[in-house]
Design a protein around this ligand. Structure first.
Ligand code: APR
Length: 247
């Protein structure tokens, strides 16, 4: 059931803050795989071997290979932001209130679409971090265990700037504040499997926000949402943004 027009009108009149959470599904039609669909990343790789600090400690070469593959896929010129990414950037520009986009995605498609009030809560695939000096660096190419940090020159201390399972997602205080202040929470293209992101809808709902899920199919937390619409993001999201902006 879509969001009612009278509710949208009230939200717009108030310039209600909006928090949007996105997951891998919003990038699927740009050509990037999701994680848990039948053709997803976790159907081909074991999380415990490539996406934990322990995996990096015991087999850094396999972890570097995993992220090098994903970096090469993302930097393919054919991989571009899609209509859903662009619609969210338009919403941030034209909405009469604050729009915070929190993405679980480590791709840069929201950035390339023009979203600025953006948090990559699980890190960024095109960045690396030095374990010696803590510096982050833009790094679109392959990374290996023998590279030197561009800042401190320390060798063999560089890791993907990704939040691995068991590590703390980024900017959680800022996200919590935004969830308790927002009038509308929108979840797009996520299975609602991984916490803390999967719990955002409850925080927003308890604070009195309207909540809507836009997804290809019902996610794990679908019953927590006031409203839901199902279909591909490139069809749902531009139309939803037009509704919000009364375009
Ligand atoms: N349009 C909209 N939704 C889609 C589309 C599409 N074209 N294609 C797939 N989806 C939906 C799927 O139905 C699924 O519900 O996107 C969701 C993708 O779910 P996951 O693969 O679990 O990805 P995500 O929810 O982003 O995973 C969360 O888990 O592995 C960790 O850190 C990783 O950030 C990731 C987190």
């Amino acid at each position: 059931m879509p969001l009612r027009p009278d509710i949208i009108q009230t939200l717009r009149d108030e310039g209600a803050p909006i928090v949007i959470l996105t997951g891998a599904g919003i990038s699927r039609e740009s050509g990037l795989h999701t994680f848990r669909d039948p053709d997803g990343i976790w159907a081909r790789y074991d999380i415990s071997e490539v996406a934990t600090p322990e995996a990096f400690a015991t087999n850094p070469d396999l972890v570097h290979h995993f992220y090098n593959d994903r970096r090469r896929a993302l930097t393919d010129p054919a991989i571009l932001p899609n209509a859903a990414h662009h619609a969210l950037a338009r919403l941030e520009r034209d909405w009469p209130g604050d729009v915070l986009l929190v993405t679980q995605n480590v791709d840069d498609l929201h950035d390339r679409a023009g979203s600025q009030n953006l948090i990559h809560m699980h890190g960024e695939l095109l960045k690396i971090r030095c374990l010696q000096c803590g510096q982050q660096h833009h790094w679109p190419g392959d990374l290996g265990r023998d590279e030197a940090c561009p800042s401190c020159r320390h060798v063999a201390g560089l890791r993907p700037d990704i939040v691995w399972f068991g590590e703390m997602p980024r900017e959680m205080d800022r996200i919590d504040r935004a969830l308790t202040d927002c009038g509308l929470f929108v979840s797009i293209g996520t299975s609602g499997t991984v916490y803390p992101a999967a719990g955002f809808v409850q925080i927003a709902a308890q604070a009195g926000a309207e909540t809507i899920e836009l997804n290809l199919e019902p996610g794990h937390g679908t019953t927590a949402f006031d409203y839901c619409q199902y279909g591909p993001a490139t069809l749902l999201v531009p139309g939803f943004v037009d509704q919000l902006l009364a375009k």
